[in-house]
Design a binder for this molecule. Sequence first.
Ligand code: TMP
Length: 236
Amino acid sequence: MQPLYEGKAKRLYTTDDPNVLRMEYKDEATAFNAEKKAEFENKGRLNTAITLAMYRMLEAKGVETHLIDQVDDINLLVKNVDILMVEVIVRNIAAGSFCKRVGVEEGVEFNTPIVEFSYKSDELGDPLINDDYAREMGLATPEECAELKQKALVVNEVMIDFFNRCGLKLVDFKIEFGRTKDDEAKIVLADEISPDTCRLWDIETGKKMDKDRFRQDLGDVMGAYEEVLKRVESAI
Ligand code: TMP
C-alpha cells in the first residue's frame, strides 16, 4: 500500500475511514536536514510507545491531540487533520541551533521559556520565522500564532513536570499542530513527541538521552531511548 505521505521518520496511510489516518513510525533517523542518516533497529517501536504514552498523559491534562488509538508496535491511528505548516519550538535551556545562532553556551537556563516558530519545509531546512512571516506567507493568522504559542507553553508546563518525575530535564522540544476537519476546526497537537523531537537530559548525571546522541555521535542511541520509555511508562 502506497503511503499518502512519507516523511523522514514516519509514513501516513489512509484507512477505510476518511477521517482517520494510520501513522507508521520508521526506524530511520536523520539529522541536519537529512545530511546525516542512519537506521536504528527498534526506533519506530520506541518512538511509537513514547508518543502514545505522552499523548495519553497530555490528554489526561486537558491537551487535545490527534491520537485515536494504537494499532500495533509501530502504528497509531490518528485524526486526519490539516497540519499547520508552522513548527513550534519551546526552549527551557540553551542547546542546539539556539547556541549556534547566538553564541550562548549550552546549558544556560532561561528565566522564561523561549518560543520559536519555523516554516515546515524540508526543502528550505525548516527556517526560523516569526508571526509576521507566518501572516504574510499565509501559514497562520496572528490569532492562530497566539493560540499556538499559548498551547505550546501549556504543553511545556505539563511536560516539564512529567519529565521531572522521570528524572529528566526537558531542555527543548518541537511540536506540530493540525486543524480538525470537522465543524469545530479545532487546533490539536499532532505528529510525535519522542527523543527525536525533545532534548532530554538525565537530572542526576546530565547525560543526553535524545537524538543528540546520534547528531553528536555519542553512541548507544537506542539504549537512551529504551531508558526514556522505561521511565515514561513508570511515571504514567
Ligand atoms: P534545534 O536546537 O536544532 O533547533 O532543535 C530544537 C528542538 O527541536 C530539539 O528538541 C529537536 C527538535 N527538532 C525536531 O524535532 N526536528 C527538527 O527538524 C529539528 C531541527 C529539531
